[in-house]
Design a protein around this ligand. Sequence first.
Ligand SMILES: [Zn+2]
Length: 189
Amino acid sequence: MSFPPSVEPLPDVERVLVVVAHPDDVDFGAAGTVARWVDEGLDVAYLIVTRGDAGGFDDTPRDRMPVLREAEQRAAAKAVGVEQVDFLDGYRDGTLTPSLDLRRDITRAIRRYRPDRILTSSPIRRWDRIAGPGHPDHLAVGEATTCAIYPDARNPFAFPSCCARKGCSRGWSARSGTRAVRTPTTPST
Ligand SMILES: [Zn+2]
């Protein structure tokens, strides 16, 4: 792993955007951290890329799974004080790649939310823990989100068509000195 050691939190963070692949990723990985941020007064929003349609281990009808998991994610978010939960459409669980489409959709969300902090999965494969952090969807979302943070969201000429949408603020820029910080996580699938 090549993450830097943790740094002191920025003092003036107000908005946080969490970007993950599946319902339950943030809950297994960082719900305690999110709960603390909400308690501290931060405005936290979730962007979930899929509805987890390939998940589950029981006889739940497959067409029920995305509905069930979306509802579970919204309830879990509410339990830690997060009211805004958005899902992307058009992405199937288990098939994610850090595509230009995914970068565009995450860029759009960043320009709309204008977060001071973004929490996402790591794009770096860990050979010591293939399961969980090494799920291809987690790696893909980590990579696409990192690309959206820099350079896409800050570049007004990157994905300019998304800015026709109301509330989209083209040219959002990561702060100078932006750094990746590793947070303790428990892997999910
Ligand atoms: Zn997952």
